[in-house]
Design a protein around this ligand. Sequence first.
Ligand code: J2J
Length: 540
Amino acid sequence: NSTLLPGFTPWPAELAAQYRRNGCWAGQTLSAAFREAAMRTPDAVALVCGERRWRYGELQADIDALAGGLHALGLRARDRIVVQLPNIAEFLLVCFAAFRIGVIPVMALPAHRRSEIRHFLQISQACAWIVADQDAGFDYRNLARELTPQTPDLRHLIVVGDAQEFIALDSLYRPTEPLPQEPPADAVALLQISGGTTGLPKLIPRTHDDYLYSIRTASAICDLHPDSVYLCTLPAAHNFPMSSPGTFGALCAGSRVVMARRPSPDVVFPLIAREGVSITAVVPPLAMAWLDAAARNTHDLSTLALLQVGGAKLGEEVARRIRPVLGCRLQQVFGMAEGLVNFTRHDDSDDVVAISQGRPMSPWDEVRIVDDDDEDVPVGQTGHLLTRGPYTIRGYYCAGDHNRRAFTRDGFYRTGDLVRQLAGGHLVVEGRAKDQINRGGDKVAAEEVENHLLAHPSVHDAALVAMPDAFLGEKSCAFVIAREASVRAVDLQRFLRSRGLADYKIPDRIEFVGQFPTTGVGKVNKRELREHIARRLGTR
Ligand code: J2J
């Protein structure tokens, strides 16, 4: 297949044929799915961003005009564009314009900095990068000035807002530019970012076929319909608010999408009241912040019917407070950008919704729970979660070596999560085997941060582990063996920032030690380090 992106691992041909026969893969692109919705209800409001609103017909026209502008710039099918935008309408406009012409967005987060973006630009060999002029006190144009000399493939730097010497997104709406053919539905549509366990984050190739299936299945489970109003609270580029069912699901269902510039209750509560929001997705710390703020809330939240919570483990006590305090149903969501998403369902009992992270959304999802030797554990026991299915990737982008470890030989993805299955098929997340810290939904790969620490001349060795935190669930603690006693924690934290690492990856705490405890085979014993810091904090 000449349309395949090099570095992408397709599903085996027989399985792909099966997923087409059984209707999972509809043979439609994301842009065509949106167009179908836009043609059904061109006058319905599709998108709200601050005071700006787009009807479906208007949004379709702007998407096509922008697709024309990107094409006129020289962007072609399979070219990559790093998209790094806050929660503004342009994020969705750029994504769907790119889908229309087969250009592949790389879904960077606004929190990413020089280290992450340089890596994304390099491994994706992106020829374009789009940023906002500034957001939350950070000027992305300065980041662009720093990085452009180091990234020769990057030809176009596009800016939303005041573009200065760069290309203004506003100059790229070309309604009369003829558009090329739509890409095939089995082509890679986008590259998601993995939470990662290795030195550098991996890219996750998602095809139109598989992503649309995941979106439509999630939309059906969440009962999205044209009267639904979806509030995009979490960073729009994250897989959860994008596809479970997220903004993409809402736009393909003819619902209304409202962009929340910030997730705090003072921004979100008035927005829920003003726009009649019916569904939104948050991470557990946000759910807790909203519960606290509800006590002094004066806004009408009565339209909010469903609060989806996922990305990190939700405590049972918090789960049980959602309905009484916020007046909406809770849905737990346990998903991953690599594919598999689990939801609790409308007809699940309150107990199941409070204690489980849901069950796989598709009957075609295959789930195995295994021991360290990949043997199935008895039902009800905790083990490693492996999965494959019609919307779970078969390999990271351009990552042959890593793929051999991250997937079984028969194509199951090793999620790195430790789970237990209830009798009804629901999963309870019990822990994690992967070397990652889940900081309230933000994933931190230990090795990535350790490598940055090792670059400091005073650091002899470093090990990053999770420590308990009442609000975020986990924070990160770096154990460091220093070469000299004079180096302080703040020096190392400042050093990591100067290396252009996203803020959420900077260790929350640094402990200096003389040596690391080791396992039988001489590896750093991280479990002991986790227990050590937990004891120290008095939480265990
Ligand atoms: C415990 N751990 C969870 C949960 C994710 C929907 C929802 C979430 C994500 C996501 C997503 C968890 N309880 N409810 O992409 O579409 C941890 C697991 C998992 C990892 C994936 C979606 N929900 N997790 O969080 O790619 O460890 O996707 O493997 O960011 O988050 O992270 P990510």
